[in-house]
Design a protein around this ligand. Structure first.
Ligand code: FAQ
Length: 321
């Protein structure tokens, strides 16, 4: 009875001390590693974010994957094939990073395939023409790079290290997107129309990718406190807008936003209102391609069943059990 009242107080004191030391380590810029003590909420937030990120990479293979057989030249086909394959690799690094926190691959995949897990809203939009490969590479990978360059400095070692490697590859992805956009925007009148149409369709969904405004972002405060995020959703979105708008305008393309204006005083490009109803509909599963994306992932998982079973049987045989 006596022990039962004393122990929780000691535990609470120990946890307070551990939390102080944990936060001091983050303040010193040290990385937190898998075996280190960490608050349960830090672990939960990281598993949530890293697994969503992994799912996004895997589902993100689908919009561009549909164009591998329709690339206009062999060279373009090889580049696109390599890019889509890279995204699959990114998913693997990220699932591994989440596993270091105790998440299992089976649980994460089950959450995705049963529709419980979130993945980036952007991949629920269709790729309709070859110009979309340019728009995805420049806009979507460009947005992902800004977010991931921040995450490469995050406090959790395995996530930060995965991000370093991923960012190097994403830079190549963005360049191939820019190359397609420049080719089409400076090509025939039909190519310019096709390119503009793709920018018109991908612009707003890309801005939504950064997540809700800071005032509506419940996770940001704790992520920033513990050095997982070092910039807010709105800060990164503004960086992306400032970087991308002048580059697209310089190519003679337009931005599908009648309210877009340059604010001399702050040096920022200001945009019109984002359609958050559309964003939440997509996040809730009602976007243009949510059903199609999930069907494709479930089919791929089923098709791969024999490989998983063969590997498990081989491992069992090797271990002699
Ligand atoms: N889509 O409180 P916040 C790529 C959810 S990788 C769907 O602001 P947080 C590479 C959010 O989960 C792209 N859901 O959330 C590539 C939360 O719900 P929850 C993916 C979204 O975590 C390129 C709720 O809204 N990148 O593109 C979205 O602080 C080309 C409230 O939001 C990452 O995952 C969204 N866009 O900030 C691949 C990076 N935004 O979980 C192929 C890592 C928000 O509480 C081709 N993740 N939600 O139920 C992050 O940096 C953050 O999680 C944010 C959201 C910034 C996405």
């Amino acid at each position: 009875m006596y022990g039962a009242t004393v122990e929780p107080i000691e535990d609470a004191q120990t946890d307070d001390n551990r939390l102080r030391e944990f936060e001091a380590r983050i303040a010193r810029g040290e990385k937190i590693e898998p075996g280190d003590w960490m608050p349960d909420e830090y672990r939960r937030q990281l598993i949530r974010m890293i697994s969503q990120h992994a799912h996004s990479e895997i589902v993100g293979m689908l919009p561009e994957g549909t164009f591998i057989t329709r690339a206009p030249t062999l060279r373009r086909k090889l580049i696109l094939l390599a890019k889509v394959q890279d995204e699959g690799g990114h998913g693997q690094y990220l699932y591994h990073a989440a596993e270091t926190l105790g998440a299992t691959r089976e649980d994460m995949l089950d959450a995705l395939l049963s529709g419980r897990a979130k993945y980036s809203s952007i991949f629920n939009y269709p790729a309709l023409s070859w110009a979309d490969m340019g728009a995805i590479g420049w806009l979507v990978d460009g947005a992902a790079i800004l977010n991931q360059t921040m995450l490469a400095k995050c406090s959790y070692g395995p996530y930060a290290r995965a991000m370093k490697r991923i960012c190097a590859e994403e830079n190549f992805h963005k360049r191939q997107g820019q190359d397609i956009v420049i080719t089409l925007a400076t090509g025939t009148p039909e190519q310019k129309v096709m390119m503009q149409d793709a920018i018109n369709r991908w612009w707003w969904p890309t801005l939504m990718m950064f997540g809700p405004h800071d005032t509506d972002s419940p996770n940001s405060a704790v992520l920033i406190r513990w050095g997982i995020k070092t910039k807010t959703n709105d800060e990164l979105r503004q960086m992306f807008i400032n970087q991308t708008v002048p580059e697209l305008l310089a190519l003679g393309l337009t931005i599908p936003d009648p309210d877009l204006r340059y604010d001399e005083e702050s040096g920022n490009w200001r945009i019109g209102p984002i359609n958050w109803d559309e964003f939440w509909q997509v996040v809730k599963g009602n976007g243009p391609c949510n059903q199609e994306r999930m069907d494709a992932r479930r089919r791929a998982h089923e098709d791969g069943r024999w490989v998983r079973e063969a590997l498990a049987a081989y491992a069992e045989k090797q271990s002699g059990t």
